[in-house]
Design a protein around this ligand. Structure first.
Ligand code: CUA
Length: 188
């Protein structure tokens, strides 16, 4: 003869175990939902302060990313500022010239869609997003030349979108950059 469901001790143990697991799963779900709510409120209340925006539609005409302002310059404090612009399907300049053993600051943006780049054998890795300015600081310890491919899929020409980075000696860079000239290694 079959026992009624709650009459056997086994059924009571199973019921208790199931209740425990249901409580635990419920608690995990509540914790995750709580985390999402907290993070949403946190980000809404305190957006990242260093976000810099730019109008992607007019950056060719005026402002920091006009063509004559792109490339590398030696700043008065001895650091080097590199400005780079991404377009389907090229970077401007297509070869970045930088000195070794120097703090390099890179500022970049995109004019059309999301692009990005990394530089071989270095920690340089940026996304370039229309409407935003991306910043990166780095230092190169050796002279040489590295590939700088676009690493965000940006359309049919993505695979052919790349530039180069050429690292020269500090003294050579200083000589070339004298008088505030903007440098690149396009055509070299
Ligand atoms: Cu630009 Cu991929």
């Amino acid at each position: 003869m079959a026992h009624p469901p709650h009459a056997s001790p086994g059924a009571a143990v199973a019921h208790a175990a199931e209740s425990r697991w249901a409580l635990m799963v419920g608690a995990i779900i509540l914790f995750l939902v709580g985390m999402i709510v907290y993070m949403s409120l946190h980000w809404a209340a305190m957006p990242p302060v260093r976000t810099e925006t730019i109008d992607a539609g007019t950056l060719h005409i005026s402002g920091e990313f006009v063509e004559t302002n792109l490339g590398s310059t030696l700043e008065p404090d001895g650091t080097v500022m590199v400005r780079v612009l991404a377009n389907q399907y090229s970077f401007t300049p297509s070869c970045l010239l930088v000195p070794k053993d120097t703090e390099i600051r890179i500022r970049g943006t995109a004019a059309d869609v999301v692009h990005g780049f990394s530089v071989g054998q270095s920690n340089v890795n940026l996304m370039l997003i229309p409407g935003y300015i991306s910043n990166f600081r780095t230092k190169f310890e050796k002279t040489g030349e590295h590939m700088m491919p676009c690493h965000e899929y940006c359309g049919v020409g993505h695979a052919a979108m790349w530039a180069r980075v050429k690292i020269v000696g500090k003294a050579e860079f200083a000589r070339l950059a004298a008088g505030g000239r903007r440098l690149s290694c396009v055509g070299q």
